[in-house]
Design a protein around this ligand. Structure first.
Ligand code: HOZ
Length: 433
């Protein structure tokens, strides 16, 4: 690797002097897979270029938001125009109303929505609202699900916490998480038992319906069906964390996928991020009018933010949603993503390597295992060393996958058939090696 002042290595060294671990979000440090993080200089379409000028086919897409690929002209134009009108007002704008209307139009379970700046903020606010609206304190979350880094939710979480082997963060007092019950994902018996004991005290159950922070694990249909029944029966709110899956696995998010499989299904509250901001800091949480009216200034649950509904971020989000609502957008994206997953599993089969994969819309995952894991424990037991070797072999071949096996991958509309074919060819080579 070059040691010029602009090499990835020299930038990383410089970064580590002034930023803890050299990064502003832990998984980016490459600690799980080893090696030097790539410092990205620019991106366009399906590609990113690092400080050394190396090009990569990008399957992270900023961890989900870049569903159109990088630098989509219509999005850039909207951002540019909005920026010229003002970066932030701290006062309401028509654009945030438009974005709220669009979210509500696309997600039938949401009657009102509040815009915030990050997925963490949205998850944290949804939790407070669920507690305020029900007057209850206890919550259920699932092992391996990550709902941002609010204290009460940072228990046995996935993503960076799984990566570094500290599923529960230091600095979170036991008293703060005493009301957080953590159950195994897809475990019906545990769910029944927890509700039998605590049902009357539960404010909500928060779940990633397709968990993208322990790679890619779907909640089974019987599990989701039972979860819905139990929440309704006991008056607990079912909160879908769709920060990853919202506007990504389908236009209506994962809830629209489950609604096709479970008649009448809908969650009580939804949390969004990533795609709705199109690459700018924007997230949201929404529910029925009845629940949302508990929020200040209408109700007693406080929540606020200087940059909430930021005019440039909302312009970016709206321009992104405009593209993904074009006819056949998701059909084409799903086909491409399926092509990638089938290509990877096919290449592994040919190389005699056990590898399984799954996808929905533009989100995918793969495991070095014989069968798709159903919960965090099984994900943890998949072949991490093999994943790490594969990650580097792909990076060397110009394919940028998430630098930890606990993260989902993302395909964008900008990925061409040739990009997918090149990725599969690189994988075939890497797997043989
Ligand atoms: N929590 C994100 C992945 N699940 C990582 C965000 C980032 O590093 O940008």
């Amino acid at each position: 690797m070059s040691t010029s002042p602009k090499s990835n290595a020299s930038l990383f060294e410089r970064a580590q002097r002034v930023i803890p671990g050299g990064v502003n979000s832990p998984v980016r440090a490459f600690r799980a897979v080893g090696g030097t993080p790539r410092f990205i200089q620019r991106a366009q379409g399906a590609y990113m270029w690092d400080a050394e000028g190396q090009r990569y086919i990008d399957y992270i897409g900023s961890w989900g938001p870049m569903i159109l690929g990088h630098g989509h002209p219509a999005v850039l134009e909207a951002v540019h125009k909005a920026a010229l009108d003002g970066l932030s007002f701290g006062a309401p704008t028509e654009r945030e109303v438009e974005l709220a209307e669009e979210i509500i139009r696309l997600v039938p379970s949401v009657e009102q929505v509040r815009l915030v700046s990050s997925g963490t903020e949205a998850g944290m606010s949804a939790l407070r609202l669920a507690r305020g609206a029900t007057g209850r304190s206890k919550i259920i979350k699932f092992e391996g699900c990550y709902h941002g880094h609010a204290d009460a939710l940072l228990v046995k979480a996935g993503s960076g916490l799984a990566t570094f082997g500290f599923p529960t963060s230091a600095g979170v007092p036991a008293e703060v998480v005493q009301h957080t019950l953590v159950l195994e994902y897809n475990n019906l018996a545990q769910l029944d038992e927890a509700f039998a004991i605590h049902g009357h005290e539960l404010a909500c159950v928060m779940i990633e319906p397709i968990a993208g922070n322990m790679n890619f694990v779907r909640a089974s249909v019987p599990f989701m069906t039972r979860l819905r029944e139990l929440c309704t029966k006991h008056g607990a709110l079912l909160v879908f964390d769709e920060v990853m899956t919202g506007f990504r696995v389908a236009l209506g998010g994962a809830q629209s996928v489950y609604a096709k499989l479970i008649p009448g299904f809908k969650p009580d509250m939804s949390v969004f991020g990533k795609v709705i901001g199109g690459g700018m800091p924007l997230a949201a949480f929404g529910a029925s009018k009845d629940v949302m009216s508990q929020l200040a200034p209408l109700g007693p649950v406080y929540q606020a933010g200087t940059l909430s509904g930021n005019p440039v971020a909302t312009a970016c989000g709206l321009a992104t949603l405009k593209q993904i609502t074009q006819p056949d957008f998701f059909e084409a994206l799903s086909t491409k993503t399926r092509q990638l997953v089938d290509g990877l599993t096919g290449a592994a089969r040919a190389a005699g390597v056990p590898l399984v994969g799954d996808c929905e819309g533009g989100m995918f995952g793969f495991f070095f295992a014989d069968a798709l894991p159903q919960n965090y424990g099984v994900v943890m037991a998949t072949d991490k060393e093999r994943f790490n070797r594969f990650f580097h072999a792909m990076l060397d071949r110009g394919v940028y996958l998430a630098p930890a096996l606990y993260e989902a991958g993302f395909v964008s509309a900008a990925h061409s058939d040739a990009d997918i074919a090149a990725t599969v060819a690189a994988a075939a080579e890497a797997l043989r090696a």
